[in-house]
Design a protein around this ligand. Sequence first.
Ligand code: SF4
Length: 376
Amino acid sequence: MRAEPLALPASERQLSAAWSNPGHLPLRLESGSPVRVVFPGVPAGGRGPDFQGAILEIDGDLVRGDVELHLLASGWFAHGHHRDPAYRSVVLHAVAVNDSITHHTLHDGRQIPLLVLPTGLPTGHPLPFTPPCALETARGLDPAPILRRLGHRRVRARAAAIEPLVRERGPSGALYTAMLRVLGGPNAVAFAGVAGSLPLALLLEWSSTSAAGRATAIRALLNGALDYTALDQHRGRPASTPVRRIELAARILGTLWPGPAQWPFECPDAVFRTFHGAGASRALAAELSVNAALPVSLAARIWPEDAVLAAWDAVPSPGTYGRLKLLEGWLRGAAATRPFRTASALQGGLVLHADYCTKGFCGRCPLSAVRRPPLP
Ligand code: SF4
């Protein structure tokens, strides 16, 4: 018997919570085929499908892929997903209400099964699938060494990606560009573009003679180089608006370069505290350290790799990103310790999430394929 359609939830967040925990209710697609949720996937966060790496049994066949949720089925077309390549791996469109006249959703001519989530989804019911990492950590596995190793992979990858910029602009110029990108947040491209039109050497030269003070002059120059009309002004908290971020950038740049454009940190351990001391919040100082200064220093070979990695491991976490919350819960283990206490562990979590969880690699990821010593 088909369940009653869900009364429209107040938000997609509620729908997402319902999908995360579908219990063992028999489900039927709009086409009438039975579907069983083996694993709901991992919340992806950001752009793209809502859940990635889901495992479903549809009509007796095991299907792997992404799941997109909407309150109304028409949301798929309203948001332009039907032509967006980021949605090509979607294998199920789950909705609260099917307000369309069809039994499926289309992506580039391909039919995607459509599911109306039924009422009575059991909240607080255990997930139908507990990922191996949760079982391993509940048995006492400490995820910290694996997260650290994956985090190191990420800083090396970031250093490799930034190396061409270091060759083109030098270590300080690359640092200036990478910092502006971090400070730009949702306007990262436009902020980084400022570094292209206003190179660091010019910025420092022009601001050095200002009677108003260096930080004030830097702020005016940055403001002049940034195209405010092309920016997203409304996302994030008041402290994250483009105007406030330019003010902060000017303070940090004035602190890092009171004189000529040379490498501004005496040692890797000084990176985080310098950003924090220049006015960046703890979270932003952590982001600037792990996404700008430490990768640039590695790419430019300013310090030995061991010293950079040790400093990377010591940077505090900027706070767990939304897309890692579920993974964080799974990795807490019996001792209920926070797995992402450091920025390094958090970066390792991002690698795990992107390379394994959202690809449906449960059972094959480093946290589920841990070799155990043979029983005596
Ligand atoms: S891929 Fe690994 S870390 Fe991710 S949910 Fe599955 S078992 Fe856990």
